[in-house]
Design a protein around this ligand. Structure first.
Ligand SMILES: *[C@@H]1O[C@H](CO)[C@@H](O)[C@H](O)[C@H]1NC(C)=O
Ligand SMILES: *[C@@H]1O[C@H](CO)[C@@H](O)[C@H](O)[C@H]1NC(C)=O
Ligand SMILES: *[C@@H]1O[C@H](CO)[C@@H](O)[C@H](O)[C@H]1NC(C)=O
Ligand SMILES: *[C@@H]1O[C@H](CO)[C@@H](O)[C@H](O)[C@H]1NC(C)=O
Ligand SMILES: *[C@@H]1O[C@H](CO)[C@@H](O)[C@H](O)[C@H]1NC(C)=O
Ligand SMILES: *[C@@H]1O[C@H](CO)[C@@H](O)[C@H](O)[C@H]1NC(C)=O
Ligand SMILES: *[C@@H]1O[C@H](CO)[C@@H](O)[C@H](O)[C@H]1NC(C)=O
Ligand SMILES: *[C@@H]1O[C@H](CO)[C@@H](O)[C@H](O)[C@H]1NC(C)=O
Ligand SMILES: *[C@@H]1O[C@H](CO)[C@@H](O)[C@H](O)[C@H]1NC(C)=O
Ligand SMILES: *[C@@H]1O[C@H](CO)[C@@H](O)[C@H](O)[C@H]1NC(C)=O
Ligand SMILES: *[C@@H]1O[C@H](CO)[C@@H](O)[C@H](O)[C@H]1NC(C)=O
Ligand SMILES: *[C@@H]1O[C@H](CO)[C@@H](O)[C@H](O)[C@H]1NC(C)=O
Length: 585
């Protein structure tokens, strides 16, 4: 009895268990609508997976897209796909960064997924096809993201059918046009937008005033869209706006409003616009601001010290306004990027920068700063890029700036630095660009420069450097492509002592380097754009090989002020391909 009772119980249990697993199993398989998994698979198959491709961060998603037993697949469990809990229709498709490559056309099976609410095909390559007008069939879309996906042509008017959109990102499709329909048409239709990103889409119009009525708008990015006219000032006051980027629209005019407390703005990016007028001290009310970029705007007046209240700032870039003092800047201790170009800074190197220990990018060029570079600058241990050019700095150049382990870009050109170029060896140097032109440096060029293995740009032009310098010091720098030594008192030896490969130069400034013949290494230079051999002692005829160097790239060659006596063979037709080619003989 007992045994059979338990046997019965067990078999009932077993029955229930297997029924449960069975239904679990089949409900999993059945969840996805068959036509939708087919549509997705056909969509996948219409592409060539181009790997390597520019962006492959989503590539692995498509591996899970398979049929089971050759016929059914649960698309709801595929990576990048989401289904509605109740209807099991596909409501979200995210194939961003999947290396999809192919044109897309109106019969793509994508447009059968009419329940889609979220579609992200960003960072793929649609081979500059047009956005198909069938996009209008996906009328449930709330989020559409086609950024950086190589579309072209006019955005189809059917897009206006997507009346539920709250997020639209078509940015970085520089061949896409929003002319007809226009930005105005779009804005009339999509009044609930929270996110509108159209950077690098060709808009070429004014910004409609009605955008200032978008009380839900959180993020507006319209960089490099060919915008013109006056920027509607009320947009700054939108209650939910966090990100505003209208940079790189040189014909866009505007003024800053009086900012009120309570604004949520985090990013305010206006560089490369024609914004002008006074810089309001109410900027200090933008308590959440992290990112302020007014580079190459046209503001006037004094920089307000209330900027010192923006303690969340990590990036501050300003030009053209003037400043009386930078005492406030020490409070911005989170700054990583600081650019104060042409803001009338004078006096010594501002000691208030001592506090900015997070700085990695510092640009104080085009001011009137004087005196030496303070030794505490080396205590800003995160500094990677330092522009101090076009000031009146003097004294010696600290060795650690050149040979230290961190700095990648150092520009000290057009100052009054004197003394010698420091000499030291450091094989860990990260320096890529060294600009020391137009100073008062004297003495010889140290051979330890050849330890700066990453150098690409070296500019010593217009100093008082002297002595014999062996070009092999530079030839050892395999990445060097711009070398400017003109206008010193150097005696340059250009014979390569070994058959070691010589870097491919793009820019060679060797004017006034006491050369007595055309350097032989030029024979094998194929990428030169600029070559200056003027004001040397080169004598005799111009050899015929000189007319065929860097045929596809050369734009400018200067041979003037030598002792040339004509041509070894007639120059014949000049072969250089560039339309810009200019030469002086
Ligand atoms: C579903 O059931 C089939 C056969 O009953 C089995 O082959 C398959 O592995 C099961 N799938 C899952 C996900 O359990
Ligand atoms: C890409 O576009 C070109 C020109 O329209 C076309 O010839 C080519 O077949 C397309 N390639 C793919 C993979 O769609
Ligand atoms: C889809 O369009 C292409 C080109 O317009 C055509 O070659 C192809 O046959 C069409 N496919 C279907 C299923 O209609
Ligand atoms: C607009 O969406 C509706 C469904 O809401 C659809 O029936 C219609 O075909 C769509 N129109 C266009 C032009 O895509
Ligand atoms: C669009 O997708 C890309 C890639 O996934 C992402 O970086 C970007 O933030 C998305 N845009 C929006 C508005 O969400
Ligand atoms: C934008 O489109 C217009 C008209 O087609 C064209 O003249 C202009 O060059 C385009 N601008 C850019 C930056 O491509
Ligand atoms: C903004 O909305 C208000 C009220 O809905 C309306 O009166 C006004 O005309 C709108 N402004 C613009 C520029 O569309
Ligand atoms: C900046 O903060 C100080 C107090 O820290 C306050 O007195 C001043 O009003 C603030 N300025 C602005 C413009 O917010
Ligand atoms: C800056 O504004 C002045 C007049 O205020 C104007 O002459 C100048 O062209 C503007 N600069 C730029 C770059 O727009
Ligand atoms: C330096 O930064 C700290 C916060 O990290 C701040 O409390 C202090 O006032 C700042 N010093 C100066 C001189 O601004
Ligand atoms: C730089 O830092 C070192 C130690 O990290 C310290 O001893 C020195 O005083 C600092 N120099 C300046 C000028 O702050
Ligand atoms: C460089 O190579 C050439 C032939 O390729 C050879 O004649 C010459 O001796 C070599 N020079 C040196 C310094 O190795």
């Amino acid at each position: 009895m007992e045994l059979s009772f338990y046997g019965l119980l067990l078999s009932i249990l077993f029955f229930h268990l297997s029924a449960f697993t069975h239904s679990f199993n089949s409900s999993l398989q059945l969840r996805c609508h068959h036509d939708e998994s087919l549509a997705l698979l056909q969509f996948k198959q219409s592409f060539i997976m181009s790997n390597p491709c520019d962006y492959s961060f989503g590539l692995s998603k498509l591996e899970s897209w398979k049929l089971i037993h050759g016929e059914r697949g649960d698309c709801c469990s595929w990576d990048g796909v989401e289904c509605d809990y109740q209807t099991n229709h596909v409501v979200s498709l995210d194939l961003s960064g999947c290396c999809l490559f192919s044109s897309i056309n109106s019969n793509s099976t994508l447009f059968r997924l009419v329940h889609l609410q979220n579609l992200n095909l960003a960072y793929n390559d649609f081979n500059y096809s047009q956005i198909p007008s069938q996009i209008g069939l996906l009328s449930s879309l709330t989020r559409l993201n086609l950024s950086r996906s190589d579309f072209s042509g006019q955005i189809p008017p059917q897009v206006l059918n997507l009346s539920s959109l709250i997020s639209l990102d078509l940015s970085y499709n520089y061949q896409v046009k929003l002319h007809k329909p226009s930005l105005r048409d779009l804005v009339q239709k999509f009044t609930n937008l929270k996110v509108l990103h159209l950077s690098e889409v060709n808009i070429s119009s004014t910004i409609p005033d009605s955008l200032a009525n978008f009380s839900s708008l959180e993020s507006l990015r319209l960089s490099y869209c060919g915008l013109r006219g006056e920027f509607p000032i009320d947009i700054f006051q939108l209650p939910n706006l966090k990100i505003l980027d209208i940079s790189d629209n040189p014909d866009l005019k505007g003024h800053l409003p009086s900012f009120e407390l309570g604004s949520l703005l985090k990013s305010l990016i206006l560089f490369g616009t024609n914004f002008a007028g006074e810089f309001p001290s109410s900027i200090g009310n933008l308590a959440y601001l992290e990112y302020l970029d007014f580079y190459s705007c046209n503001f006037t007046g004094l920089l307000p010290s209330s900027l010192g209240n923006l303690t969340k700032l990590t990036r501050l870039k300003l030009t053209v306004s003037t400043t009386s003092s930078l005492s406030w800047i020490g409070k911005l201790s989170n700054l990583k990027t600081l650019s104060l170009v042409h803001v009338g800074l004078n006096g010594d190197f501002p000691s208030s920068l001592k506090n900015l220990t997070q700085l990695s990018f510092l640009d104080l060029s085009y001011n009137q700063l004087v005196g030496p570079i303070p030794s505490w600058l080396m205590n800003l241990t995160k500094l990677v890029v330092l522009f101090l050019d076009h000031n009146h700095f003097s004294g010696q150049i600290p060795s650690s700036l050149i040979y230290g382990a961190r700095i990648q870009v150092l520009s000290l050109s057009s100052n009054q630095f004197s003394g010698q170029i420091p000499s030291q060896t450091n094989n860990c140097s990260e320096l890529i660009e060294l600009e020391l032109s137009s100073n008062k440096l004297r003495g010889s060029i140290p051979s330890t420069l050849s330890s700066l293995k990453n150098l690409q740009i070296l500019n010593f032009q217009s100093n008082n450097l002297s002595g014999v310098v062996d070009a092999n010091v530079f030839f050892q720098l395999k990445n060097l492509d711009r070398l400017m030594l003109s206008y010193n008192n150097l005696w340059l030896l250009t014979e390569s002592s070994t058959n070691a490969t010589i870097p491919n130069f793009i820019y060679l400034g060797l004017a006034s380097c006491n050369l007595s013949e055309f350097p032989h290494f030029l024979h094998n230079q194929y990428e030169l754009k600029f070559l200056d051999l003027s004001s040397n002692n080169i004598q005799g005829p111009i050899p015929s090989w000189l007319w065929s160097i860097s045929i596809n790239s050369l734009q400018s060659m200067n041979l003037s002020h030598n002792f040339l006596t004509g041509f070894e063979e007639g120059p014949g037709p000049l072969q250089w391909a560039s339309n810009h080619f200019r030469h002086w003989v």
